[in-house]
Design a protein around this ligand. Structure first.
Ligand SMILES: *Cc1c(COP(=O)(O)O)cnc(C)c1O
Length: 395
């Protein structure tokens, strides 16, 4: 069975899990990651969201409004709330999965603390529009959410450098992984110092047991997403047997995971270093997959393709269809698991709907109902997926 995602993990990463990692692995990973992102500093955190909480704290932002996309990973607004701020949600423009920056500008007021442009699915944020916004509001810090984009570029300008700092997620579903974890990158030395200080005072050292559990989790996740095993795993997943591992949010609750301040192990950093070393190959492969889909699915009525951005890095290749549930079910019957990320519009979620300042984000709501992500993790599933879609949409 073809899984919707599969981390790009080789034997080297698995070996790194079995061997003791060197004591300075975290420092080295931070250096190498900063170099990869062409930034001066990079600070490793237990999760991307932990990094975001510390970043807002380091910037002294509290009791403010943070302008976020309505169509983003819900862990971002969760972190904003955890930091003592309030997310303000902005809709997408038609035909573009990223936040509408003109609409975002209209939300800026005297109590705005920051804006979080997000290059969702690796589609770069429109930096021309962002430049205009920044020139009119130079006092508002820009935090780039690069958890999906990892160095996507807009007209050859890497998005992560266009703000005070950028956040990255390194869980197993991301473009590159350190088992779990996140990074904050910045060129600002005093901000980096403050981030290190906050990390040291808030994040605890993992016990040997906690570090071992992460190694086992990683090996298990990798084995579970191995195509020959995935049929069985998918049955378990659909029966709810894996919710502990795959369910990352609850409609009605704003919270961070229990281990959000539990420190990173050196094995995680060792895996991250190997991944950073092959990051360019990972993205090249995804770009090839995206062009293949662009070519093969073009002109099929019933399928809306993603906007064709030159510098996209394709953490996901997301199409829009009308009857998603039927398509997903049908795909499973054909041995293909398609994804439905992001299947919610954050302001409509029970936990956010009841907060003050509800925004009706109709475009994001439509995307949330129609989005289907196709596997982009390798060459082998591509022709089967396009064959299935062409049969289904009858052409
Ligand atoms: C994954 C993700 C994050 C942060 O990830 P963590 O799971 O907290 O490491 C942030 N933004 C987006 C859009 C994401 O998908």
């Amino acid at each position: 069975m073809i899984p919707r995602l599969r981390p790009h993990i080789g034997i080297e990463e698995l070996l790194a899990l079995c061997l003791p990692a060197s004591g300075d692995a975290v420092d080295r990973f931070e250096h190498e990651f900063a170099a990869l992102m062409e930034q001066e500093y990079s600070v490793f955190f237990p999760y991307g969201r932990t990094g975001l909480v510390c970043l807002l704290q380091a910037l002294g932002i509290s009791g403010k409004e943070i302008v976020c996309p309505a169509w983003t990973c819900v862990v971002v607004p969760h972190a904003v709330v955890q930091s003592g701020n309030e997310p303000v949600f902005v809709d997408c423009p038609e035909g573009d999965y990223n936040m509408d920056l003109d609409a975002a500008e209209k939300e800026i007021n005297g109590n705005t603390g920051a804006i979080i442009p997000t290059s969702i699915f690796g589609q770069p944020v429109d930096l021309d529009a962002l430049d205009r916004l920044r020139s009119r509001h130079p006092q508002i810090p820009v935090i780039q959410d690069c958890a999906h984009s990892f160095a996507a570029s807009w007209k050859e300008r890497p998005v992560q450098k266009e703000g005070i700092a950028a956040i990255f997620g390194l869980g197993v579903g991301k473009l590159m992984t350190a088992i779990l974890g996140g990074m904050i990158t910045t060129d600002d030395s005093s901000l980096a110092r403050e981030l290190y200080r906050l990390r040291t005072s808030n994040v605890t050292h993992p016990s040997l047991w906690a570090a071992l559990k992460k190694r086992v989790y990683f090996a298990a996740a990798n084995a579970a997403l191995w195509p020959p095993a995935y049929g069985l795993v998918n049955m378990l997943e659909r029966a709810g047997g894996l919710n502990r591992y795959v369910k990352y949010y609850d409609e009605g609750t704003i919270s961070l995971p229990a281990d959000w301040l539990l420190g990173m192990s050196s094995a995680q950093a060792a895996v991250g270093r190997i991944q950073a070393g092959c990051y360019k190959a990972i993205v090249d492969q995804r770009r090839r997959a995206a062009s293949y889909y662009d070519e093969q699915l073009q002109g099929i009525s019933g399928i809306t393709l993603p906007a064709p951005y030159e510098g996209a890095t394709w953490s996901h290749y997301t199409i829009l269809v009308k009857d998603r549930e039927r398509l997903l079910k049908n795909a499973l019957k054909n041995g293909i698991q398609l994804g439905s990320l992001i299947e919610y519009n954050v302001p409509d979620m029970a936990a956010y709907k009841v907060r003050s300042g509800y925004r009706d984000c109709t475009v994001a709501r439509g995307f949330a109902q129609k989005a289907v992500n196709l596997p982009v993790w390798g060459e082998s599933p591509l022709s089967r997926v396009t064959g299935f879609l062409r049969d289904t949409f009858d052409c």
